[in-house]
Ligand binder design. Sequence first.
Ligand SMILES: NC(=O)C1=CN([C@@H]2O[C@H](COP(=O)(O)OP(=O)(O)OC[C@H]3O[C@@H](n4cnc5c(N)ncnc54)[C@H](OP(=O)(O)O)[C@@H]3O)[C@@H](O)[C@H]2O)C=CC1
Ligand SMILES: CC(=O)N[C@@H](CCC(=O)OP(=O)(O)O)C(=O)O
Length: 346
Amino acid sequence: MEKIKVGVVGATGYAGAEICRLLYAHPMAELAAISSVSFEGMALSDVYPAYREVCDLVCETQADVVEKSDVIFAALPHGLSQELAAECDAKNKAFIDLGADFRLESEEEYKTWYGGTFTDKSLHQKAVYGLPELFREQIKTTKIVANPGCYTTAVPLALVPALEMGYIEQVGIIADCKSGVTGAGRKPAQNSHFPELNEGLSAYKVASHRHTPEIEQTLSRITGKKACITFVPHLLPVNRGILATCYARLKDGVTEEMLRAAYEARYNHEPFVRFLPKGKSADIHNIKYTNFCDVSIFVDSRTGTFIAISAIDNMVKGAAGQAIQNMNILFGLSEATGLMQVPPAF
Ligand SMILES: NC(=O)C1=CN([C@@H]2O[C@H](COP(=O)(O)OP(=O)(O)OC[C@H]3O[C@@H](n4cnc5c(N)ncnc54)[C@H](OP(=O)(O)O)[C@@H]3O)[C@@H](O)[C@H]2O)C=CC1
Ligand SMILES: CC(=O)N[C@@H](CCC(=O)OP(=O)(O)O)C(=O)O
């Protein structure tokens, strides 16, 4: 079988560069073209010296990338993908968007949280939300994938089995999350400036982050009832990793054994979700540079609270790895192809 030709638009950003890194371990795909506006004409290894003699591909234009590729990954700031998706759709090329332009089903919600509109509604109807553990059958039927954000992967994966079984109340869920700084992208900012970030830990966009409606949309799809959650992200002074600690009220009569059985059954065959043994808690150390999502659960029987803690690498399962997992589904490959990296032991 011929290798899939992959193009990355926005390859010089953190998410785009991470797709390029992961593709070099993919036996069935090859990086055909990359693009950048600021670095056009320069090699990716000039932007990221770590890639020297690995990826010396030169940044071209967006149009070159579309022309040379079977599948185009867009790793662009929000709002720039709709036009590119239209171009790919017209040329019958697969399109995987790492931004948020196609994630929300409701245009109203999109307007509220992103300030934009759906420029071509038919494209939005074709797009499928790319969280494989929940929607892999739908992903197989599309050519436009809306790759989820990082928090919006970690939180649902922590809660899915308990919600599907109806073991927890959907009302009153709290997601307390911490993210490494690569989540904010490559562009420097005051809050990610080393002296102001290092040795600190603080919340941001408290109960007002744009991932809130995206998480609610996924949880609503699981239960068939409108979800409403409290989501508080924190900026953790590390490069990579998301830890999502989620709290929910246990329904009467539900025991830890019932919950553990539900999680084991649900995630047993998932290549990337590792359900941890009783008493073990997910740690961002153990998933670094991989597409794994570690999930651990606890019951506080004194207060009737269910606690689910998940850990992902925001750049891999939270972005580039999940995007490649979606590409594998679109092209009929085994989902784990090229994605079985081993995390460093320490
Ligand atoms: N970082 C993360 O953990 C995650 C990021 N994402 C999403 O992935 C996308 C990329 O994020 P990230 O890599 O972090 O961001 P970066 O800021 O690191 O990179 C953005 C990329 O877009 C290009 N770009 C910026 N402005 C324009 C423009 N006007 N026209 C064309 N290209 C432009 C930039 O490069 P150049 O100037 O060279 O063209 C760069 O390649 C975003 O939508 C983000 O939300 C999703 C999940 C997780
Ligand atoms: C630490 C940090 O700033 N994180 C980013 C989320 C990154 C992410 O998942 O991205 P999307 O933009 O694709 O939704 C934030 O809070 O906006």
